[in-house]
Design a protein around this ligand. Structure first.
Ligand code: TYD
Length: 207
């Protein structure tokens, strides 16, 4: 059964969000390691995925938006999530695993919201996908995030220009209802400190 039935069952769904350079990938992997040490079966997943829609999205990241309309871009992310939900997220939750997700529908609302779409409309389009039990938003200013991205080899041209990221950051912080679920964490702290803060919030959720 690969349609979300409104419950995550014995599984647990944890999402990491933030702008580029916030440290999501590091924290997601640290959490998976800690969960495994705690004898919980956990998997790391990321969006965009490495599937066919994710590949199309990566073209935008490396070549820019030329020839791709905002509607098409939004559609690629939704189709990618549709596949990810059916093939990976829902089966894992049904097996009782902890799914640790590096970017999800909140990035959709903020990044495509920054293209001019109403973030609430994007949340609505994402309503039938599995919803997270916890969402950690690693908060860093766009300038700081981009500095980190540059230091590890340079920004991609489609999604990581400073003006665009400032708009994305503005949407993430714009007070839309859908973002209220996010737990905000200061991403300028050390990786170890952040990991500990997150672990203390995850522990009570482990069933
Ligand atoms: P990716 O190349 O995987 O970069 P990162 O490692 O920083 O996550 O992702 C490409 C970009 O996709 C990233 O800058 C954020 C963007 N994105 C959206 O615009 N909408 C979405 O729904 C998602 C999941 C990501």
């Amino acid at each position: 059964m690969c349609v979300w039935d409104g419950k995550n069952g014995k599984g647990l769904f944890i999402v990491f969000e933030g702008i580029d350079g916030a440290g999501k990938t590091t924290q997601a992997h640290l959490l998976v390691e800690r969960l495994k040490k705690h004898l919980r079966d956990a998997i790391y997943l990321k969006e965009p995925t490495n599937g066919p829609w994710g590949e199309k999205i990566r073209q935008i990241a490396t070549h820019g938006r030329e020839g791709v309309t905002p509607d098409e871009e939004l559609d690629y992310f939704i189709k990618d999530r549709e596949e990810d939900s059916k093939q990976n997220i829902i089966p894992a939750l049904q097996e009782g695993r902890v799914v640790v997700m590096d970017r999800y529908l909140y990035s959709n609302a903020a990044y495509q919201g920054a293209l001019g779409f109403d973030p609430e409309m994007i949340f609505e389009k994402n309503r039938h996908f599995p919803q997270a039990d916890a969402v950690f938003f690693l908060e860093i200013a766009p300038e700081g995030g981009l500095k980190r991205v540059d230091s590890r080899g340079g920004a991609n041209i489609g999604f990581e220009k400073i003006e665009y990221l400032q708009n994305v950051y503005g949407v993430f912080n714009g007070g839309h209802n859908g973002f209220k679920k996010m737990v905000r964490i200061d991403a300028t702290k050390s990786a170890g400190e952040i990991s500990e803060i997150i672990w203390q919030k995850v522990l009570p959720l482990l069933k």
